[in-house]
Design a protein around this ligand. Structure first.
Ligand SMILES: *Cc1c(COP(=O)(O)O)cnc(C)c1O
Length: 820
């Protein structure tokens, strides 16, 4: 690690010593946050004042943690801190930046600087994923791209690095110059320029001009052709990509399949293609940008082609879960590199609830040249973050990392993940935070699963494989050409949102439908690209509707006119919409008598393009109402032919819901709308071999023995008449367990045995009579509903329908998704 003498630091920052203490006169780490002190003897603290906080107020805290070097911009009472050195500057932020810029100048490797409105972090992380075998890469942690984040990122540059990738973001005028001086990129990347953060600038052009400052001394700027023109003033060589033949990288074709996209391209040396596991425009643009960088760097395409297929979405969220024996688990078992290790260790350090810290780490996948330096850095990080115990998996960590640790870290090595799994019961884990960190191939996730507390909470488990099979079962009833619209309203009937939508997208559903615009927006933000119909588009949400490419259901003249004038105002034509006809449900929809007027309205404008016309059956599941269902179908058919004739173009027609699909196959038209059937609920469930996909589970918090005369719960409703055993379980009406199942109306299953509810259901707890049950103990799992105790049964006992019970499960109940 590079060290700077404090005297030199003072010269670089043109600082004056307010006090110079003996000893402690070198700097390795820069600190701006007194809560994140690592390796204090070699740290230099910068007291930076922001609108909300003044770093000078935290000098004492940092001093108490052992920091002995400070940069300040105010005269302070140094006598309070006799062992520390103080450097006084005019502006601590500027000083930090000057020091980082000096540090940067010590390196003559390619340095990539990325700016743009969107995609900076993704491009940076993907370049890392693509190139980390060819280069030893320094990069910004997370999205450190600000006036403070950039100097801290650049400070990470160390002699072993052969490539650096930093992002730069600005929110005000004149900020980019400072960032340029710190990053000094030799290669610039301009990603998508959107409208994000336009405030702070006179206009978009000014912002773009400001952004280009980053490239003022770059040798080359990589960007798409569309961004060429505004860059034309630059001296830099431009490496551009685009569709036309005069680009350095020509995109010849973009072929989107269901869940992946193949991009055919050529350069002056090769013609080939990449496939990426994404289908959205932004991912395609980001991937091509990365490809252009690889081509420019002349890395062997053979070595990276496969890697495009393995690009992972960039998620910077680390999840904490509670583990066995009062432990906390941080599962970061999908990536292995120094920068993500630093982030994870910071989180480990932040978790103050346990003093004991254990790290489980696998070999990182490194080239022989990278190994020595990287393991040395890992050892340093582990020591700095006060890790007490280390479990390693794989031969390289055993050989190269463990010997570097001193006696303050207790370490045990395992050759393979299964070897560790086998021993896990014999290793004591208690009252500690455990970080799992490893390369994907080591599958440390399996260890996380052993450590995670599973039975503690009330959870709704969703069997994604069962949903897949249920959809297939419905599909088999349909003509091959009949499309499927999956109804994912109300958090997919309580089961989640984008998790289910992702599965449906993967399964080739043709359409999704949600009740409200915000549900559709959430799906788009989660990367769902399927067409989405919004059944209840409120006018205040029209903006979002269009921004997120959602298709409204128009069911009345008032909503139609409101949307029409909105589109006119926006100058939008042929926007995809769906027309709902009321054929007897009498909820939403144009009445058959309104169709003539509807046609008149539709024919005098080009604002809409009708994608589909549909209606909803009122009693598709009820044989006693089949005549009514057929009458609805006739009205629907009449309406469709009338509209088709009058409009002069075809559209999709759909009527059947889940039960309709099963019971009225002749009414499938062009598409069916599946809802509850996907979850395995249907009167024909057995015939179709549908499987219930949801299981609501809880656990026993306490067991007690009661005697005749005792009572259980509020208002003493549970009366004990014989010696009894009562179990209190962790679910109540606030979770969505209906209160009218009190006093023996409902029951749950404990190890497959029926345990009736005794007393009234409480807000967060329910008491069960387990007197006649065998082998029950505290902590045991209890099934509230699931394949063994149908949600339909529970709903019947509660006097309602499965739909209400499913959608009534509170969001505080954790959803767990699994595939078999
Ligand atoms: C919810 C809904 C469906 C799906 O109904 P299921 O009975 O769950 O299959 C279909 N169409 C419309 C208009 C709906 O609102």
């Amino acid at each position: 690690m590079l060290q700077y003498n404090l005297q030199l630091v003072a010269e670089i920052m043109r600082a004056r010593f307010l006090q110079q203490a003996a000893g402690n006169n070198f700097v390795e780490h820069l600190l701006i946050d007194s809560r994140r002190v690592i390796h204090p003897p070699a740290a230099l603290f910068f007291a930076i004042a922001t609108v909300r906080r003044d770093g000078h107020d935290f000098i004492k805290e940092a001093y108490n943690k052992g920091v002995r070097s400070f940069t300040v911009e105010k005269e302070i009472d140094v006598q309070q801190f006799p062992e520390a050195s103080f450097l006084l500057v005019d502006d601590t932020l500027k000083a930090l930046q000057q020091l980082a810029a000096y540090h940067r100048r010590q390196f003559s490797i390619p340095v990539i600087g990325i700016t743009g409105s969107n995609g900076k972090t993704i491009v940076k992380e993907w370049l890392y994923q693509l190139l980390n075998e060819q280069y030893s890469i320094a990069r910004s942690p997370k999205s450190y791209n600000s006036q403070v984040g950039v100097p801290l990122s650049v400070w990470q540059l160390q002699p072993q690095h052969t490539l650096a990738i930093f992002e730069a973001g600005i929110s005000q005028k004149n900020e980019m110059n400072a960032l340029q001086e710190i990053i000094q990129p030799t290669i610039g990347i301009l990603t998508n320029i959107g409208e994000a953060h336009a405030e702070g600038f006179a206009d978009a052009a000014e912002k773009l001009r400001e952004k280009q400052q980053l490239f003022s001394s770059a040798e080359t700027v990589i960007c798409s052709t569309e961004k060429l023109e505004p860059l034309s003033f630059l001296h830099a060589n431009i490496y551009n990509w685009g569709f036309s033949a005069n680009n350095a990288l020509v995109v010849k074709a973009i072929n989107r399949q269901l869940s992946e996209t193949t991009i055919v391209f050529s350069t002056n040396t090769i013609t080939d293609n990449i496939t990426i596991p994404f289908v959205d425009d932004a991912s395609i643009e980001n991937a091509v940008t990365c490809l252009a960088v690889c081509m420019y760097l002349q890395v062997s395409f053979e070595r990276i082609k496969e890697k495009f297929q393995q690009l992972r979405p960039v998620s910077l969220r680390l999840e904490l879960k509670s583990g066995i024996h009062n432990t906390t688990i941080i599962n970061d078992s999908y990536s292995a590199d120094l920068s993500s290790l630093t982030i994870a260790l910071n989180m480990l350090q932040q978790q103050g609830q346990h003093l004991q810290r254990t790290v489980i780490i696998s070999d990182f996948q490194l080239t022989p040249e990278q190994e020595t330096a990287t393991y040395r850095s890992i050892a340093e990080l582990l020591l700095q973050h006060k890790v007490q115990r280390l479990l390693t998996v794989g031969p390289r960590t055993k050989a190269l990392l463990v010997p570097l640790l001193n006696s303050s870290i207790n370490s045990i090595s395992f050759d393979t993940t299964p070897a560790l799994a086998q021993q896990i019961e014999n290793i004591s884990f208690q009252n500690e935070t455990i970080l799992l960190k490893g390369a994907r191939v080591f599958e440390l996730d399996s260890i996380a699963q052993l450590l995670e507390q599973k039975t503690h909470q009330t959870v709704l488990e969703i069997n994604l494989s069962a949903i897949t099979r249920n959809i297939r079962a419905h599909q088999q009833l349909l003509k091959p050409s009949t499309k499927i619209m999956a109804m994912v309203k109300a958090f997919s009937y309580g089961s989640g949102s984008y998790e289910i939508a992702n599965l449906l997208q993967f399964m080739k559903a043709d359409y999704l439908a949600v009740a409200f615009t915000d549900e559709g927006v959430a799906l788009r933000k989660a990367g769902i690209s399927l067409p989405i119909m919004v059944m209840n588009p409120e006018p205040v949400t029209f903006d979002a509707l269009i921004d997120y490419n959602l298709e409204p259901e128009l069911f009345s003249f008032s909503i139609l006119h409101a949307f029409e004038s909105f589109l006119e105002k926006e100058g939008i034509n042929s926007y995809p919409v769906h027309i709902k006809i009321d054929t007897g449900m009498h909820r939403l929809g144009f009445m058959p008598s309104e169709l003539e007027e509807l046609v008149a309205v539709l024919n005098r404008q080009q604002t809409f393009s009708i994608q589909s016309v549909f209606s909803h059956l009122a009693a598709s599941e009820d044989p006693a109402e089949d005549a009514f269902t057929l009458q609805q179908a006739m009205l629907f058919e009449d309406a469709c032919s009338y509209l088709e004739n009058a409009l002069g173009y075809p559209f999709l027609k759909h009527l059947d819901n889940s039960n309709g699909t099963i019971r009225h196959r002749q009414l499938q038209f062009d598409m069916v709308r599946l809802g509850i059937g996907m979850y395995g609920i249907s009167s024909a469930a057995a015939k179709l071999q549908l499987e219930e996909a949801l299981t609501l589970k809880t656990t026993i918090a306490q067991i007690k023995q009661l005697q005749p005369g005792d009572t259980v719960g509020y208002n003493r409703r549970g009366v004990i008449t014989k010696p009894s055993v009562i179990a209190t379980v962790r679910i109540g009406y606030a979770d969505g367990y209906p209160r009218n199942l009190s006093n023996g109306v409902g029951y749950m299953l404990v190890h497959g045995q029926k345990a009736p509810v005794i007393g009234t259901v409480c807000m967060d707890m329910t008491m069960l009579d387990i007197t006649d049950l065998v082998d029950v103990k505290e902590g045991d799992e209890v099934i509230v509903f699931g394949p063994q105790l149908s949600v339909t049964t529970v709903a019947k006992q509660s006097g309602t329908i499965a739909y209400e019970v499913m959608t009534g499960i509170n969001q505080r109940v954790k959803r767990i998704y699994y595939e078999e």
